[in-house]
Design a protein around this ligand. Sequence first.
Ligand SMILES: Cc1cc2nc3c(=O)[nH]c(=O)nc-3n(C[C@H](O)[C@H](O)[C@H](O)COP(=O)(O)O)c2cc1C
Ligand code: SF4
Length: 453
Amino acid sequence: MALAQPVLTKRIPTPPFGNMADRKTVSYEQFVASDGYKGLHRALSMTPKEVVDLVKASELRGRGGAGFPAGLKWSFLPPEDGKRRFLAVNADESEPGTFKDRMLIDFDPHVLLEGIAICMHACRLDTAYIYIRGEYHHQREVLEHALKEAYEHKIFGDGSMLGKINELSPNCYIHRGAGAYICGEETGLLESLEGKRGWPRIKPPFPAVAGAFGRPTIINNVETLAMVGPIVLNGADWFKGMGKGRAEGVPASVPASFGPKLFGISGHVNRPGVYEENLGIKMSELIERLGGGMRNGKKFKAAVPGGISMGVLSTDQYDAELDFDIGKKYACLGLGTAGVIVMDEETDMVAVARNVARFFSHESCGQCTPCREGSSWIYKVLSRIERGDGTTRDLDMLLELSGSMGAMPGTTICGLADGTNWAVRTIVNKFWGEFESRVKKERYVSLAVAGTR
Ligand SMILES: Cc1cc2nc3c(=O)[nH]c(=O)nc-3n(C[C@H](O)[C@H](O)[C@H](O)COP(=O)(O)O)c2cc1C
Ligand code: SF4
């Protein structure tokens, strides 16, 4: 069922609820006049634990890629020791195909600031850093202006309502990244925030225990935090009335896909953009009803479900349901950021794989050998295949190289390698015929033939 009312896009005109041409940045006054900061007021009338419990009860899952339950993350903080505790807001948004956080910041920055203030109250944090992608110049200016308004209206700073309640002097700062994908990985972000090279850290310890400057730190995505105000205002059951619940018989301990979600659509569609819909919407519906259908009347061939690191969906997976279970059901890594990249029948999948590999090879920070060497070899092999100089042995090497790298096989520090692994393997496996027809046959039994790919 389609989303009945917009939630995060309630002030951002977006089809089918509004006309994109009417978009303007929402000021503090306009935000307050449309129920803005009411969630913060409600949160401040509750104890921090009550707020954490409410967010836990809503089962809000992180919107930055991994889908980790937000309330659970907030409950991991150690007891207070009188020293500083931080919030790092992940506005790095560098995943190819992902531009949803940018839209929120562009047009409704206070919805993010409200979520930040609620999180600071709930988790008893004194300082928030919004780590924003280096290329987001305009968005930084919008945020700076909104932050100024928030300080003037005593949302943050000395004597603010937040400070009066939790006896801290809560501050919020904007920190600009320098344009590296790896700084979106949460511990790479922390290193960069501390002024160092953005190299991901080995975990544990996790940031909730030892994060920025060695102190407990909560890290959340922009969209995750933006959803907190509406949840506190309207309650957990309201949120769970949207999206996709659990199938019958699935225990409550298994996280579900509740709530609305921002979906990006780019690529070969008539109306690319960011749309808000229930989690669980079919990709075909997203493309046809919201994205305006396939461009130039071409046929659908493939799509990235949510940022390129999630891999691809094949032609026969057009009706895939976009929820947090997508990985298990459709042989991809997961929903990721729900930034869907659509490809039509004329797309050369070998070129797509080569392009993707080039991105990961370029963005690998180089700390782990399988990621640093693997991604650059994958790129070289794919370039060779694209040129027509590859062999069946190259295809096997590709699958072997990619399949053996990643934090999940346990060979690397962070998920960038998993992204390379899944993106390359799913493209090669799901479009095997296209790759096979481009290589010279060798007298060699390929992994594909041996059935191990
Ligand atoms: C290579 C890499 C890049 C990432 N980039 C981003 C990003 O740009 N924005 C983001 O919110 N999360 C990104 N993440 C996920 C973060 O590490 C982290 O899970 C997220 O910010 C947590 O917020 P959430 O729980 O609210 O989703 C990235 C992860 C990896 C491995
Ligand atoms: S997996 Fe890649 S990007 Fe991540 S820490 Fe290792 S080398 Fe760096």
